[in-house]
Ligand binder design. Sequence first.
Ligand SMILES: [Zn+2]
Length: 332
Amino acid sequence: MKKWIALLICLLLPFGAFALEISEDEFYEWYDEMAYLVDEIGNRWIELPGSQQACDYLRAEFEANGFSKEDGTLIELPSYVPELDLTCTNLIAVKPAVNPDAPIITVCAHYDSQSPGARDNASGVAAMMFIMRKMAALPAFENTELRFVAFTAEEYFCTARNEPHIGSLDYCYALTEEEKARHIAVFNIDILVVDIWEELAFSLDTLGMRTDNGYVTGTEESPAYNRPALAMLQAMAETECYPEEDRDWYWCGPRHMDKTDHESFHYIGVDSVAICFRQTDELGGEWPEFMHTPSDILGDFDLQRSWDALTAVYTAVDGLANDHTYGDAMKP
Ligand SMILES: [Zn+2]
């Protein structure tokens, strides 16, 4: 009888699929890493020691999970800030596929901050590192290369270059034409935690997408349903935490919105989504109230929402890594 009930549940679920599970212990590893970045390292502004400490910590974590500079699977890409005569570092971990020409999926988050930066963006860095650990433990995918990137200088506007978020820009500029072409999806995680008292929606922000006629820019009226956004929509449906009736107040997207590292990938014509908590359109689309303030420390968070969000991103990355058509069913 149990078997029949299980089968029935399977048939009733969208696509008959289940989201990946994250146990309570695993979820608290995410929380503890966020807390470490906030409480032990603190402000990660590029001119402060915390920036270098965070970089050293993340490098050590990448190395502990098998990535190394010696075999080329851990790359340090410098970003130079002329007006400060300062060099800061992007960390790129590469998990090659069996096929050397495999499509690339990147999961990224910026580790610099303007404050202790719990929401912005220790929460996102810890999520990227969580998925990195999960995927690093797997055998190589036949036809998917994975990259995990910790970006610097997202919070800094470089006046000498007149450019924002130069960490991710430098990474995008450094990609070869061949690497750009191989990139099928970028998941940029920026703010994956929400205060209990604050009215924010879990959001997917996009700026453009590849089509049969080349890369096109989305608009507010017609936002881009690009590949990582579609994969997120499928994964969100599989978690069952984001029902359609909750759309536009509890969760939103895809929406045509900028102001984080997914913008850099948009400039080079690579499908990218920013995964974040920000206001609905109705409320103005603003970021969390404590962002960029000294109050961006650990707070009274709605951790269930982070757990659901982390489950959705992990499921989307895994789904797309296993099947490059994952999410296609969500095309509008
Ligand atoms: Zn941020």
